[in-house]
Design a binder for this molecule. Sequence first.
Ligand code: ATP
Length: 389
Amino acid sequence: MAQIELKQVEKLFGEKYAVKPMDLTINNGEFVCLLGPSGCGKTTTLRMISGLETASGGTILLDGENVTWHHPSDRDIAFVFQLYALYPHMTVRDNIAFPLQAEGMNKDDIDTRVSEVVDILRIGHMLKYKPGKLSGGDQQRVALARALVRRPKAFLMDEPLGALDAELRETMRAEIKALHIAQNATTVYVTHDQVEAMALSDRIVVMSAAEVQQVGTPAEVYYDPANLFVAGFIGSPGMNVLKGQLDGDVVRFLGNNNTLPLPARYRIPLLTTLDADKNVIVGFRPEAGTINADGSMQGEVYAVDMHGAYKLLHVNLGDVPDTHEPTIVHLRTDRMASNPMGSQLRFTVDPAMMRFFDPKSGKAILPSQTDQTDRQPVEVLSTTAEGQA
Ligand code: ATP
């Protein structure tokens, strides 16, 4: 398996950037998702790595070798697409064997390799069928088997589960993860589904508008988003973000009497970053809020979503003075909690889970490294890939 390095790799279609200059190292054995909304440049990045698209600038290295100008077939990388791209007239066995036949491998070796991968993917019983007879999930398993059988240096997957229904997506997601752990194969996976990216990745590359917004583990992009885009894009719903103003030891929010205490570790970074008006954006995840009669935040329950294991409250904190738009935050509560629509509630926010953003740039303001008194260690959710710290 291989390390993939992108150095200032970019793609222009005419005058328009599909991918702005990008630096990224994908370590040997790592599973990296390119995540972002439609049109942000994920597929173009993947296609440049595969060689199906030529980079307009920059260098692509595969295990240290410059492959920027190599033909796709000379890169030893396997591509799995959303549409299974199986040959309909061939049996499952012949579909899987096809890349090895094309290389001129002898029949006995092909049989050994095919039987290895069909065991891994548990599709040995369908070798004689044509793809048209198979379910969507099984067709995608065959497509994965055809990629695996080559034992390529890396796998590139472009929304491979995009055409499957929700239940099958979840099953196949678990299978892809198990397969990755078993094979330890360097994998770059494109998706616009943040749940899929969080579940599968060692690291996530969050992209928007042709640009990388953040590269981090699922825990890092969730708990410590680099900017307001990542804060809103990751999580369902995204991070609550509120416009406020720093006032001594508290942040006061606009349009209501709500305040939150300023965590000590943010005091100096905020004072040195914010403008004279001390306007700031505060972020916190729905699970960071706790309903508490003594809480310094107050609002009216606007809607309640039952999610089975928990409830999600939509709470209106009051209208924004200029726009008269309601300021809605989401709070995650116990499934048995009773907070009917229209009721008032008070809540606190865990200071360890509060984040701050500069309203001018939208970038996160990082806490002081020397004062971590109210900093909670963030759980590491991902598996550690070889070569990562
Ligand atoms: P999606 O999830 O919808 O596939 P994406 O994030 O993968 O989106 P890309 O397909 O990489 O995005 O496209 C990035 C930008 O480049 C888009 O604005 C797209 O319209 C443009 N683009 C992609 N391919 C071409 C092309 N061959 N010619 C011109 N523009 C292109």
